[in-house]
Design a protein around this ligand. Structure first.
Ligand code: ADP
Length: 662
């Protein structure tokens, strides 16, 4: 070793021309090996300065050989602790305690990147054994270090995930014995992993072995098919029932042999209980909703029946009261009819709002041309406006309007409500302007602007609240405060929106936006055919009215009494009515629905099933005015449905239509 040391030169000496006589093949060969070695090599003096480095070391640290020569080990060091260890080990070598040292070191390259090397150093001594310098070689282990760090990272990730997860994980061998259980197993299952490790499910008493679904899953695993979310009930160690959800994935060795499976399990007891509680709550809510609808339906019936008599007889009296009998009486009757009408409107609105809230209103949307709906609404608004001193202006233009996707009846209802508000809350000599424009290429905005006194800022937030008349209850302008609430619900159910702005002293602008239609099909809102009144028909008809309320029967008799061509028979219950109809079939049957004994719907079925009565037109006359009641009756086969309180004109028209049918 000392012989070699004598021959090692410094770079300065190397630069000198080689002395042929001093040529020593062993020195030249060493330098050749040193310079061209595929691992990094350095000669380091006892102070830690590299005084000769090879190309591989320079490449490893990102410098040129010249740049790296004469640098200290500290200059490229990334980890002081490891460097200190190397220095300490070098000292032990110098002290003769150890032959050489090996250490893993982290370096900073010239470009700032950290690289890893394993360095091995040995000491060269002179002939007297005095330490001269170290020869160190460094192997690049950066890739291995990276892989190790990734592995550590992924192990840590797995460990932490399995610790914090609300699932527990396991692995089995080919005989399905548990070979690994994640730490959370003990916490979640209430068992000790030692009770389970090395055992099969059968052996530790899981709830699965007898379950055919579980056996199928095991077959699936062996056929390379993973299974997911298998739910079963498993007893906890504390005896409490536990519902778990299990998933599994099979494992195979490189030869394709089944070597077990990995599984996860989650305690879903709480989830299942919550779901069951939700289902119970939903069932309860549905039952409550049904009870509410039934209550509304019967309340509607109870309120409408007496109102029917009040309004009906008032109309009859009004028709019979001539001028001679006194202006006052006609006035009083007018008040009764108007107040009754208001009461009826109120009942209708409360019922409608409740049924919208309980999803009882059916919205049937289609692509329609809004022109017909607008024209109808404007015409009706102008009729109302005649009684006021307000002008209705149609500023919707003559152009073709785009199709909108709405329920035409509901759109008309909303427009009429907004128009009637714009008229009601206007000023004498004021105006109402209706405009249309497309917004965002997606919606048609219909704006109804009035010249009323406007809505005070502080009250605007409450405009769409039910029963809130925002101060107008103190005026003599009639209203219930529900119209806008219903409008909002209906517009939103049609996928649109409604809002307003208002300037005090100048007026308000209410607008709705409804979705534009997508198809070209136009399902326009059609008006009913003009009524064929009975008075215009010829001949004699018998009408049988099945009605348990004597007052209502009397009212109908009075209404029909004005028509000499019609003879009315009445029956107080369906049984009597059916007997009469079978014995002598009438031309038309008017049928109440809520009857003592057989109800109207069942009576209808009996009529249709009997060849003697199957062809008789039957009109329902009922105070149950919920849409569901009407739909139910129409499905039972009624030809038409009249809602109590009856409107005399409407009643005559429907009866006329039914009698003129064939
Ligand atoms: P109603 O008109 O039956 O009271 P609405 O729900 O239609 O009920 O309207 C609620 C309230 O909003 C009204 O009572 C009124 O105070 C206010 N309002 C509605 N439309 C207008 C309008 N065009 N101008 C001023 N106030 C209005």
């Amino acid at each position: 070793m000392s012989k070699l040391a004598d021959q090692i030169s410094t770079p300065e000496e190397d630069a000198r021309p080689m002395d042929r006589a001093a040529f020593d093949p062993s020195r030249v060969e060493f330098l050749h090996v040193f310079d061209h070695a595929p691992v990094g090599m350095a000669l380091i003096d006892l102070q830690g300065v590299r005084y000769r480095v090879n190309q591989s070391l320079a490449d490893f640290l990102g410098y040129t050989v010249e740049e790296l020569t004469a640098t200290t080990m500290e200059s490229t060091n990334a980890d002081p602790q490891r460097l200190a260890k190397s220095i300490a080990m070098r000292q032990r070598v110098i002290d003769g305690e150890i032959e050489s040292y090996t250490n893993e070191r982290a370096y900073i390259r010239k470009d700032g990147e950290t690289v890893w090397g394993v360095v091995t150093g040995s000491l060269v001594r002179d002939g007297d054994g005095a330490p001269m310098f170290f020869i160190a070689h460094t192997v690049d282990i950066t890739e291995r270090k990276r892989a190790e760090a990734e592995l550590l990272d992924s192990e840590e990730r797995f460990r932490e995930t399995s610790e914090i997860s609300s699932d527990w994980l396991w692995e089995t061998d080919a005989e399905l014995r548990f070979s690994y259980l994640s730490p959370s197993f003990d916490v979640i299952s209430g068992m000790h992993s030692s009770q389970v490790l090395g055992k099969t499910r059968e052996e530790f008493g899981s709830g699965t072995p007898d379950d055919p679904r579980w056996r199928r899953h095991l077959e699936d695993l062996k056929a390379r098919r993973p299974f997911r979310d298998f739910h079963y009930q498993s007893p906890r160690s504390d005896g409490m029932p536990q519902i778990v959800s299990v998933s599994g994935k099979p494992r195979f060795d490189p030869n394709g042999q089944f070597i077990g499976y990995r599984g996860t399990c989650r305690d879903i007891t709480q989830l299942v209980e919550t779901q069951m509680a939700l289902e119970r709550a939903r069932d309860d809510a549905e039952a409550a909703n049904r009870a509410k609808s039934e209550f509304l339906s019967s309340m509607s019936h109870e309120l409408r029946t007496p109102l029917n008599a009040i309004l009906g007889f008032s109309q009859v009296l009004e028709a019979e009261t001539n001028e001679l009998q006194g202006e006052h009486q006609r006035d009083y009757l007018g008040h009764i009819i108007s107040a009754g009408g208001h009461l009826l409107e109120l009942i209708d609105q409360v019922l409608e709002l409740s049924s919208i809230d309980s999803d009882g209103v059916r919205i049937t949307t289609a692509d329609i041309d809004p022109r017909a709906v607008l024209d109808d609404s404007l015409a009706m608004a102008r009729t109302i406006a005649k009684e006021t001193d307000v002008t209705v202006n149609d500023d919707t233009g003559d152009g073709v309007l785009p199709l909108v996707h709405v329920d035409p009846t509901r759109l008309k209802q909303v427009l009429l409500n907004l128009l009637s508000n714009a008229l009601k809350y206007n000023r004498p000599g004021g105006s109402v302007d209706v405009r249309c424009r497309v917004v965002d290429d997606q919606r048609l905005r219909i704006t109804i602007a009035d010249t009323g006194e406007g809505i005070p800022e502080a009250m605007r937030h409450a405009i769409f609240e039910p029963f809130n008349r925002v101060g107008k209850q103190l005026t003599n302008i009639k209203g219930s405060g529900i119209g806008l609430t219903i409008c909002k619900r209906l517009v939103e159910q049609m996928g649109g929106r409604i809002n307003f702005d208002s300037t005090l002293g100048e007026g308000s602008r209410f607008w709705i936006e409804v979705p534009l239609g997508g198809s070209t099909e136009v399902a326009g809102a059609s008006e009913d055919a003009a009524p064929d009144t009975l008075a215009a028909s010829e001949g004699h008809w018998t009408v049988l009215y099945i009605e348990d309320n004597a007052m209502n029967a009397h009212l109908m008799r009075t209404v029909l009494g004005a028509l000499p061509a019609v003879r009315m028979l009445s029956a107080e219950d369906a049984e009597t009515g059916l007997r009469l109809a079978q014995a002598s079939p009438p031309d038309l049957i008017l049928m109440d629905i809520h009857l003592p004994g057989i109800d109207g719907i069942n009576a209808m079925k009996i009529l249709r099933a009997d060849p003697r009565t199957e062809r008789i037109p039957v009109v329902a006359v009922s105070a149950a005015a919920m849409q569901a009641d009407i739909d139910g009756s129409m499905e039972a086969g009624f030809d038409a449905f009249l809602t109590k309180p009856i409107n005399i004109r409407e009643t005559l028209r429907v009866i006329g239509d039914a009698l003129n049918k064939d």
